[in-house]
Design a protein around this ligand. Structure first.
Ligand SMILES: Cc1ncc(COP(=O)(O)O)c(C=O)c1O
Length: 382
């Protein structure tokens, strides 16, 4: 047996370049949203082929901002997948609207368009689809079931650099939000980016992220009329990204395509090397787009696997290999279960994903030997 290794489920790839990038803002004294954030936004918009990109403090605050800018509020319903990170549903509650869950496909882990169609009511104002783990949702099928006027939003937390039929994630619907949390492919510590081609929505979001101010701090400080304070005609929030993060984001964005290419190679290695393990189903490799591989999420067949998923995870942990469930079924979380009277079987696909998905390590700081070690540990269990 090879020596025991310690392999994290995910590690951010940051170093000297990011460190150096923070020097400029620290020396200039302009620390909050300013020139570095503006530069990051411009580059991010270009990379994702959208007209507007607005940096924010996290994907969660960005999703809230997006819904608020679209005027979503009490009395409205917003459909979200039942298998996703809890933030996708929480942001709907922040606005006073009601989250309505739709089931997911156990093959893609993404929202099931047929179930989504069944959840639409006259109160449906929007859908937030999630490109979970970096695989784009089936946007054509989703659009086909949406009545005119229902907004189609993307939760791109895991999808920086992903694309569908040649169009980058972030520009596949009316607006989208990305995450730069350290478990994502590119990171600014915490952080997010709202993208849209809708200038009106972008303008409102721009004000709302800065307390509802009609002009930004930078415009105000650099402007010719020092006596002017901005107008505040909207109730806003403080969701501004710092220039320190903007500087780090620029460096990370420059590495995005390399990170995805490396992750793709590693994903193919896993797929090929683990193909013989019949009870371990591989994630979908799309032939109509780019998977961003934020995570490599397998499915442990509960009928044919030699051990329960959790026992397999414990075995791997004992060998120094971190694994995680893909994510959670929101309708099974205490708050949602109790508030909306939900039971696990209400969304069987989501429950299945909750109970049987297993993310195995995949990130840009793993070596070829690390990947081989994971394969050999799984093969030993098989
Ligand atoms: C699908 C999804 N949506 C939203 C979020 C929230 O992102 P953030 O931590 O940047 O607020 C996450 C984070 O894990 C996520 O996976």
């Amino acid at each position: 047996m090879t020596d025991k290794r310690n392999i994290a489920i995910s590690l951010p790839s940051t170093g000297d370049e990011e460190w150096e990038a923070t020097r400029g803002p620290l020396q200039s004294g302009w620390l909050t949203q300013g020139p570095r954030v503006a530069e990051f936004e411009k580059a991010f918009a270009e990379r994702h082929q959208v007209t507007h990109a607005l940096a924010v403090t996290s994907c969660t605050t960005g999703l809230h901002l997006m819904l608020a800018a679209a005027g979503i509020g009490p009395g409205d319903e917003v459909i979200v997948p039942s298998f996703t990170w809890v933030a996708t549903a929480n942001v709907v509650l922040y606005t006073g609207a009601t989250p309505v869950f739709a089931d997911v496909s156990t093959v893609t882990n993404n929202i099931d368009p047929a179930d989504l169609a069944r959840r639409i009511t006259p109160k449906t104002r929007a859908v937030i689809v999630v490109h979970l783990f970096g695989l784009c949702a089936d946007m054509d099928a989703i659009r086909a079931v949406l009545p005119a006027g229902v907004l189609l939003f993307e939760d791109c937390a895991c999808a920086a650099g992903a694309s569908l039929n040649g169009t980058p994630a972030g520009g596949l619907g009316d607006a989208a939000v990305f995450s730069f949390h350290p478990r994502k492919s590119i990171t600014t510590g915490e952080g997010g980016m709202l993208t849209t081609n809708d200038s009106a929505l972008a303008g409102t979001a721009d004000q709302l992220r800065n307390h509802g101010a009609s002009v930004s701090e930078e415009q105000r400080h650099r402007g010719p009329r020092p006596y002017l304070l901005p107008e505040f005609n909207l109730m806003g929030f403080n969701y501004r990204m710092t220039d320190l993060q903007g500087a780090v984001g620029m460096v990370q964005l420059g590495k995005l395509d390399r990170f995805i290419a490396e992750r793709h190679t590693s994903a193919e290695f896993y797929r090929d090397q683990l193909a013989a393990i019949e009870w371990l189903r591989m994630p979908v490799f799309p032939d109509n787009g780019v998977h961003a591989w934020q995570a490599f999420v397998t499915y442990v067949d509960p009928v044919t696997a030699p051990l329960k998923r959790n026992d397999i995870m414990e075995r791997l942990q004992a060998r120094g290999i971190a694994t995680r469930p893909g994510t959670h079924a929101i309708h099974m979380l205490g708050y949602y279960r109790d508030r909306f009277g939900l039971s696990p079987d209400d969304f069987p696909g989501s429950r299945d994903c909750n109970d049987n998905t297993m993310a195995i390590p995949l990130h840009n700081r793993m070596t070829a030997e690390d990947y081989e070690y994971v394969v050999s540990a799984l093969t030993d269990i098989a």
